[in-house]
Design a protein around this ligand. Structure first.
Ligand code: 9D3
Length: 252
């Protein structure tokens, strides 16, 4: 099936399927879901337990605190999601949301949005038996250096970041903006009415109606804020070869 006729699909393996679509059922992503621009399948890992108690986890070999998701149960759930993906003509990457994964960035979100969808594995307990990750060559992705109680909020964030990039989800206006010089910079400050609030005025230039000056001011502000707050982004902006700093010097 062609990319154009297939629906981008997130298949989420979780012990908490009721967390989905959750917040993604509202707002932009929710509207797009209703319009059929993407689809969601929450797969309950517990459905793949083999005993009548629905056991999915066990104590770690070698001892230690907590419980580990069993390889056999997790693998059956993954196999189910892969079969559904392939039946729909997809070849979606498998991603385990994990604090030891590579940190998600916009470039990876774009790649994922350009594909058929994602198969996401959400961990609970101490983690997943390493053998299933190795056997299925599952990619590991983190949101950053802070501790969540499970992978589900990370899965929701990843899906949201991909869905807004799908064709037709957002207006053409915003996608154009993202490809402009502003890509790689933090946002300039925004203002609306009233023009004076609690003794604070809106920057004069924004009231001038001088579009070229406004553009230049916004760009300078975006560059200043990026330089001050995110030297890592600033270094990468314009090639990370000092070009961005030279450009800034020219402007001031
Ligand atoms: C008590 C277990 N922790 C030892 C320090 C490790 C740990 C395992 C699983 C900590 C948190 C979690 C749950 N987090 C995620 O599943 C997760 C996550 C995160 O915590 N931070 C950033 N990105 C992600 S993606 C998945």
């Amino acid at each position: 099936m062609s990319q154009a006729t297939r629906t981008w699909t997130a298949r989420v393996l979780t012990l908490f399927p009721e967390m989905f679509p959750g917040v993604l059922g509202l707002s932009l992503a929710g509207k797009a879901l209703e319009r059929g621009l993407w689809s969601l399948q929450a797969v309950d890992i517990r459905d793949f337990a083999e005993d009548r108690h629905g056991t999915v986890d066990d104590a770690p070999f070698g001892g230690g605190a907590g419980m580990v998701l069993r390889a056999d149960v997790t693998d059956r759930a993954l196999g189910h999601a892969i079969a559904a993906d392939e039946a729909a003509g997809g070849r979606s990457p498998m991603i385990y949301l994990s604090p030891r994964g590579r940190v998600l960035d916009q470039a990876r979100c774009r790649e994922l949005a350009d594909g058929s969808g994602v198969i996401l594995l959400c961990g609970r307990y101490e983690g997943v038996d390493q053998r299933v990750l190795d056997a299925r060559a599952v990619e590991e992705v983190s949101l950053g250096d802070f501790v969540l109680s499970g992978g589900e909020p990370a899965a929701l964030a990843l899906i949201d970041a991909c869905v807004r990039l799908l064709p037709g989800v957002m207006g053409a206006e915003t996608s154009l903006e993202e490809e402009s010089f502003e890509a790689g910079l933090l946002e300039y400050p925004h203002y609306t009415r009233p023009a004076e609030w609690c003794g604070r005025a809106v920057p004069e230039v924004l009231l001038s109606g001088h579009h070229e000056k406004i553009r230049a001011w916004r760009r300078a502000e975006a560059e200043r804020i990026t330089r001050e707050r995110r030297p890592d982004l600033w270094a990468r902006y314009a090639g990370g070869d000092g070009a961005a700093d030279r450009k800034q010097a020219e402007q001031s």
